[in-house]
Design a protein. Sequence first.
Length: 143
Amino acid sequence: MEISNYMREEHRSCDEAFAKAEQAASSGDFKEAFKHFEEFMIDTLKHFSKEEEILFPTFEEVSGSTEGPTQVMRYEHGQVRELLEQLKNAIDSEDKERFFSVADTLMILLQQHNMKEEQMLYAMCDRLLAPQARELVEKMKEH
């Protein structure tokens, strides 16, 4: 449970920053929206980095598989990165309509992505990586 709890908390933290960006954009305060969006983007990309550089390689090594869930998650990370860039452009141009169009797409993708990670991949990690869970979480905290 240690890995899934840590990673789930990161998902929630990112969700909160994104909600604040949406609230600010909704009221037309794009300066404030950018501040919260930037926090969301940095935290999300840092989270992806922890997964791609620490968690996924360890999972793949122990499970003996580079196909399957980690490959799907990496692909979805790429989709999220593209949407983040589009969202940043919408904020930069103060395009509220474009912002919410991209934000809706991003939120649907992230909700589905996070659910797959939390219900499947992290549970698998908790089982397979239990002996090194504490060490992995510490490594990710330092990353």
